[in-house]
Design a binder for this molecule. Sequence first.
Ligand SMILES: [Zn+2]
Length: 249
Amino acid sequence: MSWKTEGIVLRVRNLGEADRIVTIFTKDRGKLNAVARGARRIRNRLLSPTQVFTHGRYMIFPGKGLHNLSQAEIIHSGQIIRDDLEKFAYASYVTELLDSMTAEEDPSGQIFPLLAATLSLGEAGRFGLAVRAFEIRLMRELGYEPELYQCLHCRESLKGSVFFTEQGGTLCEKCVGHVPGSMPLTNGTWELMKRLLEWEFSRLTVLHPAHGNEVELRRVMRRYLDYRLEYPLKSLEFLETLEALGPDI
Ligand SMILES: [Zn+2]
């Protein structure tokens, strides 16, 4: 029995002479891998819809190992992202991060809209902000929501100096010595984290954080994510080079 699904292409690998293996993050079944036969041939109808970052509708025939992708139709091509080096670097990071942190066919209702909204905000020119929102919200969806209102160690409300631990939350001054992997968090960056986590995604465009907060947030999120990642991301080195070049959020 085949099924129809909507998804976004996270990754594409070549298979044999003319085929592709595509990793798609779908709305209803989470991440899945499927073979698109002949998809690298110029006139093949699967050629365009199986490009990375494409949002489309896909017909899947289940297989024992890999599924087969038989039909596809584009909802949003992702061409604007593929044509721009900086956007491509950000989107590659987003899709690699998601791929590395999710298991196959493990449905999670909120991750697909988060991915679509992130790529859309990025395509509109706000990738610097979109990736930070993606990171913190993805952690919540995966069960690692950061504690941002109390000290993770003593559970008291935070006053004055605040710290953040890579284990996923804020700490007070008294407890910072008890938790490894902690770093200071300025009030501006702390507030920014709360907004990125809690505001409606469409509202985030009104945020224009100071460069210092942007840099600090990037560093804090990196430690927090790396603590959970099993291997370093290939897309990160290039993205970090681009981010170091200037204000982009
Ligand atoms: Zn404490």
